[in-house]
Design a protein around this ligand. Structure first.
Ligand code: NFE
Length: 573
C-alpha cells in the first residue's frame, strides 16, 4: 500500500508550508504536493494608496529578505512614471542588495539548511584534538580552530543537551542513518554555526548606514534617502563609509574562509545528492545589479534569461512586461478569477480568496482540487525554478567568465560532472558560489560609491517627478529584482495618482507553486520525485530537497494565516 508522509509545518523556513508526499514500494517519493497555508493579501491592502508609499508596505511582506520588496516596489513606480534614478542610487541599491544576499545565504546555510546534513548531537562524541586537525585542513585560514576552542564548544553543547532543552536544536532527526559526517566534522560545523550567528548581526549594519535600520531599511521613489557628505556629521560620512568597508572585509573572511570550505567539505560526504532533487530543469532569472541603469539589462552582473529542459546551450529572453510570457493560474489555488478566466498577467491580476478546502485541522488535501494559498505562476506555460541555481546556470550558460570560473572550480574540487548541478546538492552549492561572487561585487560597489563621492557626485535621488500633478492620469509599471530566493517582480497600475492594482510574484511562489491547469507540478513538487527515504517517520531527505530551495512562504503567500492554525507534527500513515 502506498504510504503518505505529511510534513506540516515544514520548519527552518520562513512562513507556513505543508508538504504531502506519497512513497512507492521501494520507499521513494512518487508524488508530492506543496501547499502554502497562509493567505495572501498585500495586494488588497495596497489598493487606493499613494504609489510612493507602496514600498513601505511591501517591504513588510517579509523580515527575512528584508529589502527586496521595497526595491522591486520603487522600481515598479519609477518604471510607471518614467523616473530615472541617479547613478549613486543604483550603486547604493546594489550595496543594499548584495549585503542582503550575502547575509541571507550564509544564514540559510548554517541556520536553516546545515542541520539537514550535520548531526549536532553526534558532535558530543568528537575528539577536540582531531577536530583541530580537521579544521586546519578544511578551513586553514579560519583562526578559531584550536583544540581548546572546540573543547569549550563541546562542553557548552553538552550542558545544552543534558538540560533537556535543545532550544533551537530541537526538532531534527538526530542519529538518523542519513547523516554521514564524522563526529569531528559535526563539532566543527556546530562551532561555525555559532560563529555565523554572532556575525550576521554585524553585516546588516551596512543597511543601517544607507537605509537607517534593519530589518526594513528605508527606500525612496526616485533614488535613495541616504544623504552623502564625506565631511558632514549628519550624513553618510568618511567614518560611516569606513564602517561599511570593515563589515565587507569581515564578510569576506566568513564567506571565503569558512562558508565555502565548509560547504565543499560537507558536500563531499553526500555525493549521491548530486543526482537527487533536480526537478523541473527549467530556470528563470530576471537579472539584477545594473551597471548602467535598470533599463540596460545587458549590463547586469546577474544576467537575465531562461533555460528550458536543462539545455545550457540556449538562453532565452524573459520580459516581465510581456503579457504572453508571465501568467498566474489558480486552477489548484484557493482563489477565484472573474469571468471563468484561467490565467492572468499580473497587471490584470485579481486576488480574491475562495477557500474550498476541508475544514482545518485536516488530514489530507486532494491534488485534483484546489490545495494551496499560492497561485501557479508560469512562463509561457512552463513551471520554472528560480533562485541561486537558476542564476548560476544562466550566468554559466551566458558565458560570463566569473560564473564559469566559480562553477568549474567547484566541480573540479568535487570531481563532479556539470550534470551534478541539476540536483539538491547543485542548488545548495550554487548558493555558495554566488555568495562568493556577491562579496566581491559588494566591495566593488563600495569602491564605486567612494570614487563617485571623491569626484564630487553626492546626488542620490531625482525628485523632479515627485509631485502627482506631474504624473499621467493612468500608467503601468513593473519592478524586478533577484531576491536571495530568486526572481521577484511587482506590477503596478496607477490611476489618478492612486494604486489601482498591485501584484507581486515572489520567488517562493514560483518554486512552491501548486499544479497548474494542465496538472504540471511546481518546482518543489517536481524536485521531490524520486527522493529515497531511509525512514519515512523521520523524513530528513524530504527536508534536504525542500530546504535546498530556502522556502519563504511568508513572501509567497503574504500576511497571516487563519485563526487556530495548528503546529502539527509529522504524520506518517
Ligand atoms: Ni521572505 Fe523572499 C526572498 C522574496 S520569497 S524571503 O528571497 O521576494 O522567496
Amino acid at each position: 500500500m502506498a504510504r503518505k508522509i505529511v510534513v506540516d509545518p515544514v520548519t527552518r523556513i520562513e512562513g507556513h508550508l505543508r508538504i504531502e508526499a506519497t512513497l512507492d514500494e521501494g520507499g521513494k517519493i512518487k508524488d508530492a504536493m506543496s501547499t502554502g497555508t497562509m493567505w495572501r493579501g498585500i495586494e488588497v491592502i495596497l489598493k487606493g494608496r499613494d504609489p510612493r508609499d507602496a514600498w513601505a508596505f511591501c517591504e513588510r511582506i517579509c523580515g527575512v529578505c528584508t529589502t527586496v520588496h521595497a526595491l522591486a516596489s520603487v522600481r515598479a513606480v519609477e518604471k510607471a512614471l518614467g523616473i530615472r534614478v541617479p547613478q549613486n542610487a543604483d550603486v547604493i541599491r546594489n550595496i543594499m542588495f548584495l549585503t542582503q544576499m550575502v547575509h541571507d545565504h550564509v544564514v540559510h546555510f548554517y541556520h536553516l539548511h546545515a542541520l539537514d546534513w550535520v548531526d549536532i548531537v553526534s558532535a558530543l562524541k568528537a575528539d577536540p584534538a582531531a577536530t583541530e586537525a580537521l579544521a586546519k585542513k578544511v578551513t586553514p585560514n579560519w583562526p578559531k580552530s584550536s583544540e581548546g576552542y572546540f573543547r569549550d564548544i563541546q562542553n557548552k553543547l553538552k550542558k545544552f543537551v543534558e538540560s533537556g532543552q535543545l532550544g533551537l536544536f530541537q526538532n531534527a532527526y538526530w542519529g538518523h542513518p542519513a547523516y554521514k559526517l564524522p563526529a569531528e566534522a559535526n563539532l566543527m560545523a556546530v562551532s561555525h554555526y555559532l560563529e555565523a550567528l554572532a556575525w550576521q548581526k554585524e553585516l546588516v549594519k551596512i543597511h543601517t548606514v544607507f537605509g537607517g535600520k534593519n530589518p526594513h531599511p528605508n527606500y525612496l521613489v526616485g533614488g535613495m534617502a541616504s544623504a552623502l557628505n564625506m565631511d558632514g556629521d549628519n550624513a553618510v560620512n568618511v567614518e560611516r563609509l569606513n564602517l561599511v568597508k570593515q563589515k565587507i572585509q569581515e564578510a569576506f573572511a566568513i564567506v571565503e574562509d569558512m562558508y565555502l570550505p565548509d560547504l565543499l567539505a560537507v558536500a563531499s560526504f553526500y555525493p549521491e545528492w548530486a543526482s537527487i532533487g533536480g526537478g523541473l530543469g527549467n530556470y528563470m532569472v530576471y537579472g539584477d545589479l545594473p551597471q548602467r541603469g535598470i533599463e540596460d539589462t545587458k549590463n547586469f552582473l546577474f544576467p537575465r534569461g531562461v533555460i528550458l529542459n536543462k539545455n545550457l546551450n540556449e538562453v532565452l529572453d524573459v520580459d516581465p512586461g510581456e503579457a504572453s510570457q508571465i501568467q498566474e493560474e489558480v486552477a489548484h489555488s484557493w482563489y477565484k478569477y472573474p469571468d471563468g478566466k484561467k490565467s492572468l498577467h499580473p497587471w490584470d491580476g485579481v486576488t480574491e480568496p475562495n477557500y474550498t478546502g476541508p475544514k482545518p485541522p485536516f488530514k489530507e488535501l486532494d491534488s485534483s482540487q484546489a490545495y494551496s494559498w499560492l497561485k501557479s505562476p508560469r512562463w509561457k506555460g512552463n513551471a520554472m525554478e528560480v533562485g541561486p541555481l537558476a542564476r548560476v546556470l544562466v550566468g554559466f550558460a551566458s558565458g560570463k567568465s566569473e560564473f564559469k570560473e566559480v562553477v568549474n572550480e567547484a566541480l573540479g574540487r568535487l570531481k563532479a560532472p556539470p550534470e551534478a548541478l541539476f540536483s539538491t546538492l547543485g542548488r545548495t552549492a550554487a548558493r555558495g558560489l554566488e555568495t562568493k561572487l556577491c562579496i566581491h561585487w559588494l566591495m566593488q560597489a563600495y569602491e564605486h560609491l567612494v570614487t563617485n563621492l571623491k569626484m564630487g557626485d553626492s546626488s542620490t535621488a531625482d525628485t523632479s517627478l515627485w509631485e502627482p500633478s506631474k504624473w499621467p492620469a493612468e500608467c503601468k509599471g513593473y519592478g524586478f529584482t533577484e531576491a536571495p530566493r530568486g526572481a521577484l517582480c511587482h506590477w503596478i497600475h496607477i490611476k489618478d495618482a492612486k494604486i489601482e492594482n498591485y501584484q507581486a510574484i515572489v520567488p517562493s511562489t514560483w518554486n512552491a507553486s501548486p499544479r497548474d491547469g494542465q496538472g504540471k507540478p511546481g518546482a518543489y513538487e517536481s524536485a521531490l520525485l524520486g527522493t529515497p527515504m531511509a525512514d519515512p517517520a523521520r523524513p530528513v531527505e524530504l527536508l534536504r530537497t525542500i530546504h535546498s530551495f530556502d522556502p519563504c512562504l511568508a513572501c509567497a503567500s503574504h500576511v497571516f494565516g487563519p485563526d487556530g492554525e495548528r503546529l502539527a507534527e509529522v504524520v506518517v500513515r
